[in-house]
Design a protein around this ligand. Structure first.
Ligand code: C2E
Ligand code: MG
Ligand code: MG
Length: 407
């Protein structure tokens, strides 16, 4: 029988299944790996109660899908409400497509899925997931996710320097050289926590702030670039701009003016279009986008493959880069549908002469698959996590290169 080689005695695990026999079986199988506490709950409701009491910290929840009263899917919604930060293992006797869909629901609710297992739960399947637990920790976001900001906090913070940018390197897949950086918005709270975009993007994209936010991120990026050493100053920097901010008709002139003021060539900048509402005022947005491209500012279609980035948009807007959403890149490992979408998106982008970036490359396998499919650039935790601007020079100095050739 397979046993975990790692010491997992620090892991507390909560097993949720309505079937008493199954619960005991899972407990016996888990016991082989000698975790810390194993707690059993006969229903989703009870599991939520246990978590709410908060007596013990559960690192992992193993959740059955098919249960009377509150099923696994509904339990996921409650876990998300509780902002459960631990890992989830979903298991079920249902069809594998149901398990896959449940994993997607969980990820869509920002829960951390470690894996899914078909019933009966076997030691080998558990072993694989438990072995990966340390790796799961390294995949955690670099931000503390507390609740979202209030409008007053956001408005005050914007004028008091709470907004800052982290940078994630983009690597040329053939040479292993760093070719660019993506600027990702972060928020410094007064208690020194760093919040990720989900805490403030809804406010940043509201009509009251959308233009101010876009201009401030661009300025912050230019300011960071101007303070970097020689190596970083040569890299392209991509800034995320929500499509709804593009009705600002003089944006291209403003950017050109600021670039000049900072002594930075506008070709160094590119814009990643993140969002949805481009159709609202298509003509104005299209004018802005075209004028940005005329000034050699790159234009990238972000999150390609998700509901928001459509084929229609690819045709009408002068993009020069396509970013394949990380969910397909990571998902390709286990989900044939994700793999097919990944491969055909790359091929479509190539036919349109676009540079293809694979986002969310977390493992060696993800990297090799991106290379095999013909991506030009990779970005993801495998090479580097997003980092504060003042750590970039040091990171670049120690970067030895990493390419598909020597992986
Ligand atoms: P995005 O533009 O697609 O950015 C990529 C996201 O994937 C970032 O999340 C990044 O930290 C994360 N990521 C990078 N590598 C990996 C990996 O290997 N694995 C995993 N699991 N994740 C990885 P982040 O920083 O939380 O940003 C989320 C989204 O918020 C961004 O998605 C973008 O749409 C939006 N956003 C971020 N900054 C800005 C901004 O300044 N303006 C606007 N309008 N949107 C922004
Ligand atoms: Mg982006
Ligand atoms: Mg993206």
């Amino acid at each position: 029988m397979t046993k975990s080689k790692r010491d997992i005695s620090y892991l507390n695990i909560l097993v949720v299944d309505d079937d008493a026999f199954m619960r005991d079986l899972v407990k016996m199988t888990l016991a082989l790996f000698k975790p810390g506490l194993i707690t059993l709950a006969p229903s989703g409701k009870e599991a939520i109660e246990i978590l709410k009491q908060g007596d013990d910290n559960y690192h992992i929840i193993m959740l059955d899908l098919l249960m009377p009263d509150m099923d696994g899917i509904e339990t996921l919604r409650h876990l998300s409400k509780l902002e459960y930060q631990g890992g989830l293992i979903l298991f079920s006797g249902a069809d594998s497509s149901v398990l896959r869909a449940a994993v997607n629901v969980a990820r869509g609710r920002f829960l951390n899925v470690l894996g899914s297992i078909a019933k009966p739960v076997k030691a080998a399947a558990l072993s694989h997931i438990l072995e990966e637990y340390d790796f799961f920790l390294t995949r955690q976001p670099d931000t503390t996710q507390i609740s979202t900001l209030s409008e007053t906090e956001f408005s005050e913070g914007l004028s008091q320097g709470a907004l800052t940018l982290y940078y994630q390197p983009q690597i040329d897949i053939k040479s292993g050289m760093v070719v660019g950086l993506e600027a990702l918005a972060r928020w410094k709270t007064t208690r020194h926590a760093i919040l990720g975009p989900s805490a403030f993007m809804p406010l940043a994209e509201s009509p009251a702030f959308i233009h101010q936010f876009a201009e401030q991120t661009l300025l912050l990026a230019l300011d960071d670039i101007s303070r970097w050493g020689k190596q970083a100053r040569l890299l392209d920097v991509a800034v995320n701009i929500s499509a709804a901010a593009l009705d600002l008709i003089d944006l291209p002139e403003k950017i050109a003016y600021q670039c000049q003021a900072y002594g930075i060539e506008s070709e160094r900048l590119s814009i990643e279009l993140t969002e949805t509402m481009l159709d609202r005022d298509l003509v104005n947005s299209l004018e802005v986008l075209t004028r940005l491209r005329m000034r050699s500012i790159g234009l990238s279609l972000d999150d390609f493959g998700t509901g928001y980035s459509s084929l229609e948009r690819l045709k009408s807007i002068p993009f020069d880069e396509l970013k394949i959403d990380g969910s397909f890149v990571r998902g390709a490992n286990t989900d044939p549908a994700a793999c097919a979408i990944f491969e055909s998106s790359v091929s479509l982008g190539k036919q349109l002469n676009l540079t293809i970036v694979a986002e969310g490359v977390e493992t060696r396998d993800d990297w090799l698959r991106a290379a095999e499919f013909g991506c030009d650039i990779v970005q993801g935790y495998f090479a580097a996590r997003p980092m504060p601007a003042d750590q970039l020079d040091a990171w670049l100095n120690q970067w030895k290169g990493l390419s598909s050739l020597d992986l």
